[in-house]
Design a protein around this ligand. Sequence first.
Ligand SMILES: Nc1ncnc2c1ncn2[C@@H]1O[C@H](COP(=O)(O)OP(=O)(O)OP(=O)(O)O)[C@@H](O)[C@H]1O
Ligand SMILES: [Mg+2]
Length: 298
Amino acid sequence: MNDFVSPSALSPSALSTHKQHLSGGLQVQHVSKSFALKGAPLPVLEDIALTIAPGEFVAIVGASGCGKSTLLRLLAGLDTDYTGLLLHDGVPIRGTDLRRGLVFQDHRLFPWLTVQQNVAVAFSNTKVPLAERDARVAAEITRVGLDGYADAYPHQLSGGMSQRAAIARALVGRPDVLLLDEPLGALDALTRLRLQQELRRLWQDEGITMVMVTHDIDEAVYLADRIVVLDARPGKVRRVQEVPLAHPRQRGSAGFVAIRDGLHADFSDLDESNAPVAQEEHPSSLWDGNEWARRMAL
Ligand SMILES: Nc1ncnc2c1ncn2[C@@H]1O[C@H](COP(=O)(O)OP(=O)(O)OP(=O)(O)O)[C@@H](O)[C@H]1O
Ligand SMILES: [Mg+2]
């Protein structure tokens, strides 16, 4: 089966959706980032350059520890300590912003708040009137398929439902960019496939720019317009793979398999210097989600 779209339709915006996208463009210009490790600088990202068109779906893959989450945190505005330039629709990213929603691998909902309250956290200290907040929260809960669970607490939800609630929290601010850090990584295979389809529909219906970190190459080929392959230590763009396949994509089709196998080959040469490294203990992985929600509330 030939599922390639014509080369004339290869531009990201043509591939993305049928909508006209006016906002949600991201630019990463010569971005480098180091952490201090035992007093010495640990370079984590080196000279990353990437332009993401409004409405585009970009996946980021790479070995564990190569800096994928770090890059996403920079794009979110959670970390502003880097060199280079990050732009959202041409404007420098200087902190968190409701226009950039963020979803983490583990949902990181506040356990003491209900689904409704967790989603509404994004509105704390904003000027959005209460009635409008309630309506928007309810609409997002419906959109992610959690009708009837607004008053449930996180421990009363399945993993997939919690992840849906986290997606609703990221969407309620009407972002034009959704940053997803392995959002489906902790889910069982069937739930994962279902949520992949839901993310695809959401992206096609809403025209939101999506930047998704994933370890799952199949997932990246299923969803993304382009797949950025990062090298490790320090994280650098090794190459960018276009995925010029029409949606919904057929995982068994020749075009799909060819791209997937090509990406797998990228990871078959992981040698000592590029192999996944043991993660240093650092607090960010523990509190990113709630920290994001808290800062959004400031
Ligand atoms: N706050 C921090 N302080 C010190 N080092 C950090 C911090 N955050 C991340 N690092 C280090 O930066 C490197 C990249 O981490 P990052 O979490 O971005 O990797 P990743 O590609 O997302 O990995 P994984 O696929 O395992 O999630 C790692 O070596 C990690 O130990
Ligand atoms: Mg990570």
